[in-house]
Design a protein around this ligand. Structure first.
Ligand SMILES: [Zn+2]
Length: 240
């Protein structure tokens, strides 16, 4: 879904991907105040705020989703007892890259939150793909977003990583053979037939499995902070 600028015009299009959605909740945690926090809700809230900020800066913004849904329409075979299947997730991730391509986006930002079994683990990390022809721009984008997030959120800086180092099987599924994020990675026949054609990065600003970070991720003021950081990271990326 495409949104025109509300102020000025920069001739750039930003694809904003709110991770997960619908039957795919992503990571589920609990905030310090005891509220259940689903990754899919926090990503959509941040994406929606980022969209408004970028439109106000003159960008066209294309959203992967604007509601609590998957990007694809799930077929009967894509869910099993109310849970999305891994092939459903795969199709949904591929659809996000295809949407970014169809939009002719100049840049792709995928918003996720992290999870880990140990609730004391927290911090910010950002991923990019190093195997693309535009890998240098990917790295520049990831570095810019990571720096802005760390400056704004003040949680541990876990660094910028290439997507072959990502230890989250839900994002890559057959990641062991493909070894990249579906949204950011290179073509692979039958697995990624329509790879994203623009610089991209996947941000994980906070851990929803960390109670104090889940509090920030689920709080409107915290979501504003994350969106503002992403906005400034993107501005910096485009400005040099
Ligand atoms: Zn995620």
């Amino acid at each position: 879904m495409s949104f025109a600028p509300t102020h000025g015009r920069s001739n750039k299009t930003v694809f904003v991907d709110a991770g997960h959605g619908g039957l795919d909740p992503g990571v589920v945690g609990t905030s310090a105040s005891g509220r259940t926090v689903q990754e899919k809700d926090a990503t959509l809230a941040v994406a929606t705020r980022l969209m408004a900020a970028l439109r106000n800066d003159g960008y066209v913004v294309v959203m992967a989703r604007t509601q609590d849904t998957t990007v694809i329409k799930l077929a009967a075979t894509d869910s099993n007892y109310g849970a999305i299947t891994s092939s459903g997730v795969h199709r949904d991730l591929a659809a996000r890259a295809a949407c970014a391509n169809a939009a002719g986006a100049d840049v792709l930002v995928s918003i996720h939150f992290d999870g880990f079994s140990d609730p004391t683990v927290g911090g910010t990390e950002t991923f990019y793909d190093a195997a693309r022809p535009f890998a240098a721009a990917n790295r520049k984008l990831a570095t810019s977003l990571q720096a802005a997030l760390v400056a704004r959120l003040g949680v541990p800086d876990r660094g910028v990583w290439t997507d072959d180092q990502l230890a989250a099987p839900t994002l890559t599924i057959s990641g062991k053979t493909y070894g990249h994020l579906i949204e950011l990675g290179p073509p692979s026949a039958g697995w990624v037939d329509n790879p994203s054609q623009m610089p991209g990065a996947l941000v994980e600003p906070l851990f929803v499995t960390n109670h104090s970070e889940a509090q920030v991720a689920s709080d409107p003021a915290g979501q504003d902070k994350i969106a503002q950081a992403l906005e400034s990271g993107l501005q910096k990326f485009f400005s040099n």
